[in-house]
Write a protein that binds this ligand. Structure first.
Ligand SMILES: Cc1ncc(COP(=O)(O)O)c(C=O)c1O
Length: 452
């Protein structure tokens, strides 16, 4: 544990500004950064010794909390024995085999084949390639397009940036793959669907399939809860309808559970709640709780058996040096054991109820808050000028930024804002007092910033 003096911190800030290109880089964000030193459970401590609750599990990923020596030990043991060996043609390693079997056991019953990646972006990129590859094997090479959703976040590679339905991520990076398209509100929509919390319903997918032609579409990709786009939860029957539409149109359904996988919503995987299974599942983040990078895409028995019986002139030529990395796999195995032994999926359900209930009690009916939503330990709410009229704050007014700053500086809680949405996803190890502290910090921040 290191506490630094102001001169040492100034040197770090200078070097950071000079050399470190951060994710989503905008230099002024880094003029007075919080520089973290250590963490324990849901707590993070910066180099000045100030403590914060990590209200977003860092980036929705540190499920088992910070400072878990079991994971450090699992990594060290594996590194001492065999830090890395490649798993290309004809080679394998013990932890990767064990983790693939464990993951196949935990995920939806129909899914059996696991391809390990290093990130959520790589998982989605690979899922897309696997979908195209599968349709070629099935003699349908025209099925190349992918439909994604508005406000979705799927990653930072070129294809996954295109899938992302947040225009802020596109500026100056185009042109993108023309085969990536998005759902949008159909003209003249008349339906009695209960909408998702961001207004979308299953008819948006039907309309997109009609527009593009089912014969051209490889897959539909969706996060069960849209995360980085502002935490938007689905209507109870939305994914049941999505599954039916995909089946009827021979479109593969890719569930991006990079955030929701491994317990976040109070179920091991979010679609369990609706009795729905995807054809391909993307995961990352909580598989190792962020202690080392790892992800995977997992394919259905049907796709797996197609891959196991490739014609002699075809090979699934998709690879990363670090696929099935033994050290990452050893950490993943130990991490999943912690989630099971400490019953963290159940804790996410219980603490999620407490967080959602606490937010509704503290802010339900507040003049500037609307649409309070959560599914287990992923939660969000909207800041509005007038809750009854539900008019939005202009993002330029920076209301979300002000609330998040107040929470951090006065309430000791770190989280994220997405425009006017405040989003939360604390570590799954969180306890009642810490949930209550988050709710208290939010209520104080909203009341102070809105003056109400
Ligand atoms: C739903 C979702 N998919 C994909 C990604 C991309 O994952 P990564 O940043 O590990 O590449 C993220 C990252 O936040 C995500 O939230």
């Amino acid at each position: 544990m290191t506490t630094l003096d102001e001169a040492a911190i100034a040197n770090l800030v200078r070097d950071d500004l000079a050399h470190l290109i951060h994710p989503q880089y905008y230099a002024p964000d880094h003029e007075s950064p919080v520089i973290f030193d250590h963490g324990e459970g849901v707590w993070l401590t910066d180099v000045r010794g100030k403590r914060y609750i990590d209200g977003l599990a860092s980036l929705w990923n540190v499920a088992v909390g910070h400072g878990r020596t079991e994971l450090a030990e699992a990594a060290a043991e594996q590194m001492k024995k065999l830090a890395f060996a490649n798993s290309y043609t004809g080679f394998s390693n013990v932890p990767a085999i064990q983790l693939a079997a464990k993951v196949a056991d935990l995920v939806y019953e129909d899914l059996t084949g696991v391809f390990f990646t290093n990130s959520g972006s790589e998982s989605n990129e690979g899922a897309f390639k696997a979908a195209r590859f599968y349709w070629n094997l099935r003699g349908k090479p025209m099925k190349t397009r992918i439909i994604a959703r508005e406000r979705a976040y799927h990653g930072g590679t070129l294809a996954t940036t295109a899938m992302t339905g947040l225009p802020a991520f596109w500026k100056y990076f185009g042109p993108f793959l023309p085969e990536v398209v998005h759902t949008r509100r159909p003209d003249n929509i008349e339906c009695d669907c209960a909408p998702n919390t961001d207004g979308e319903c299953a008819h948006w997918l039907e309309a997109a399939i009609e527009r593009e032609g089912a014969e051209n579409i490889a897959a539909f990709i969706a996060e069960p809860v849209k995360g980085a786009g502002g935490v938007w939860t689905p209507a109870d029957d939305y994914f049941v309808k999505i599954r039916e539409i995909c089946d009827r149109n021979e479109v593969l359904f890719i569930a991006d559970e990079v955030i929701t996988g491994f317990g976040r919503t109070g179920k091991w995987f979010a679609l369990e709640r609706y009795g729905v299974q995807p054809d391909i599942l993307s995961i990352a983040k909580a598989i190792t709780s962020g202690y080392v990078p790892m992800g995977a895409f997992i394919v259905s028995e049907q796709i797996m058996s197609a891959l196991q019986q490739l014609p002699s002139d075809a090979r699934f030529m998709h690879a990363y040096t670090n696929s099935a990395h033994p050290t990452a796999a050893a950490v993943g195995l130990r991490n999943l054991r912690i989630i099971e032994e400490e019953r963290l999926v159940e804790n996410a359900a219980t603490m999620g109820d407490r967080l959602g209930g606490g937010l509704r009690r503290a802010l339900g009916g507040h003049a500037h808050v609307t649409n309070i939503r959560n599914l287990g330990l992923i939660a969000g709410f909207s800041l509005v000028k007038d809750a009854e009229a539900a008019t939005s704050y202009e993002v330029s007014e920076g209301i979300g930024r002000q609330v998040a700053r107040h929470m951090r500086e006065e309430g000791g809680v770190i989280t994220r804002f997405v425009g006017d949405q405040i989003v939360l996803a604390p570590p799954l190890v969180i306890a009642t007092a810490e949930v209550d502290q988050i709710v208290g910090a939010i209520e104080a921040a909203v009341r102070s910033v809105t003056g109400n």
